[in-house]
Design a protein around this ligand. Structure first.
Ligand code: NAD
Ligand code: WQD
Length: 339
């Protein structure tokens, strides 16, 4: 199939391109490069067979969207493009609603006009808010705690309304848990701009000596050692999940909402320990106050993904640390654009 990958130059998108090309699909990337680099696409090309077509465009521009759909006979869309920084979304909620929610509405409108009705959407475990019980099944109550999370919830509802209006839609809503790590080649990986918001890229930057130490946000949660527990998932496993979802949509009409996680939670201190073991580097840290809005624990019940998609995570924490560290060591400054 010919797949339009919005946000394809980003972290999860670039890894998914590799898996799509491996599965024999053709890819067209639509990205405004607001949080990514074309170097990622050049690197994907190095580890893949098959070409990538890149269209620099913005979801907020219906003209850009029309142009890409008129230039290519798209069969399906995988929609990664969006802003994802929780803190920034609190400061600039309208930016998030315009870019993520309105941008997705523009995309869907263009899909309707182009007669394309197959969509895989990047949602997030953040839609579960503070979980009442664990592990999280897809039918658990939702309730995001910040504007970023609400953009995901609103888009999910918009997509369900769309499917309700026209039975031709086939939509997979994938709720990712905490993606980390990198492609084992070390050629593509996460490339945060500025100070990382997330735990894993912060740890790798401490390990490489770019930051002196890690702040652990609270050790008084009701967890194994008091630090926050999350379901970390290798980005390559996550990427494979998208190919499985596309295959499933070939025979599924309506909306399929699925968790992509491992089902296993690890605490911050367990993550530090695993990373030290794999990298041989010390990770100096200090315990500081809880981060506003954080929850104690979050991990998936991944059984629906197994049943519906025939997918399950294959990599464990050690491989996530190994591949994430391999990427960081070989690309200490991330993607460097030559011009
Ligand atoms: P990323 O920032 O690396 O990738 C997003 C891409 O979208 C970037 O390349 C960016 O340039 C592009 N983009 C943003 N706004 C755009 C617009 N208006 N028009 C065109 N392109 C635009 O992020 P990621 O980690 O790869 O995340 C991909 C998706 O998965 C996002 O929707 C994110 O919310 C979701 N998600 C991410 C995580 C995570 O922890 N990384 C967890 C759950 C869900
Ligand atoms: C993990 C754990 C922190 C940084 C966020 C978004 C969520 C999703 C993924 C997109 C927590 C602790 C972190 C640090 C720390 N994104 N921590 N020191 O908070 O589960 O999820 O990213 O959808 O929406 O909210 O991930 O990596 O930020 O934190 O101690 O410097 O590490 O308190 O327990 P989180 P994270």
């Amino acid at each position: 199939m010919k797949i339009l990958v919005t946000g394809g130059a980003g972290y999860i998108g670039s890894h998914t391109l590799v898996e799509l090309l491996r599965a024999g699909h053709q890819v067209v990337v639509f990205d405004n490069l607001s949080n990514s680099s074309v170097v990622a696409l050049e690197r994907v090309a190095k580890i893949s067979v098959g070409g990538i077509t890149f269209f620099k465009g913005d979801l907020c521009s219906p003209a850009d969207l029309h142009q890409v759909f008129s230039q290519h006979a798209i069969d399906a869309v995988i929609h990664f493009a969006g802003l994802k920084a929780v803190g920034e979304s609190v400061e600039k909620p309208l930016l998030y609603y315009l870019n993520n929610v309105a941008g997705t509405a523009n995309l869907c409108q263009t899909m309707v006009e182009a007669g394309v009705r197959m969509l895989v959407f990047s949602s997030s475990a953040t839609v579960y808010g503070d979980p009442r019980s664990l592990p999280l099944r897809e039918d658990a109550p939702t309730g995001a705690t910040n504007p970023y999370g609400r953009t995901k919830l609103f888009i999910e509802e918009m997509l369900r309304d769309l499917a309700g209006s026209d039975a031709a839609w086939r939509i997979a809503i994938l709720r990712y848990f905490n993606p980390i790590g990198a492609h084992p080649s070390g050629l593509i990986g996460e490339n945060p701009r500025g100070i990382p918001n997330n735990l894993f890229p912060f740890i790798t930057q401490v390990a490489i000596g770019q930051r002196p130490s890690l702040s652990v946000f609270g050790n008084d949660y009701p967890t194994v050692d008091g630090t926050g527990v999350r379901d970390y998932i290798h980005v390559v496993d996550l990427a494979r999940g998208h190919v499985c979802a596309l295959e499933r949509l070939a025979t599924y009409a309506g909306v399929l909402t699925i968790n992509l996680g491992t089902g296993q939670g690890y605490s911050v201190l367990q993550m530090i320990q695993a990373f030290r073991h794999v990298s041989g580097r010390d990770i100096p840290y200090q315990i500081v106050a809880r981060r506003a809005g954080d929850i104690a624990s979050c991990y998936a019940d991944p059984s629906l993904a197994r049943q519906e998609l025939g997918w399950q995570a294959e990599y464990g924490l050690e491989e996530m640390c190994r591949d994430g560290w391999n990427w960081q060591r070989h690309n200490p400054k991330g993607y460097v654009e030559s011009n």
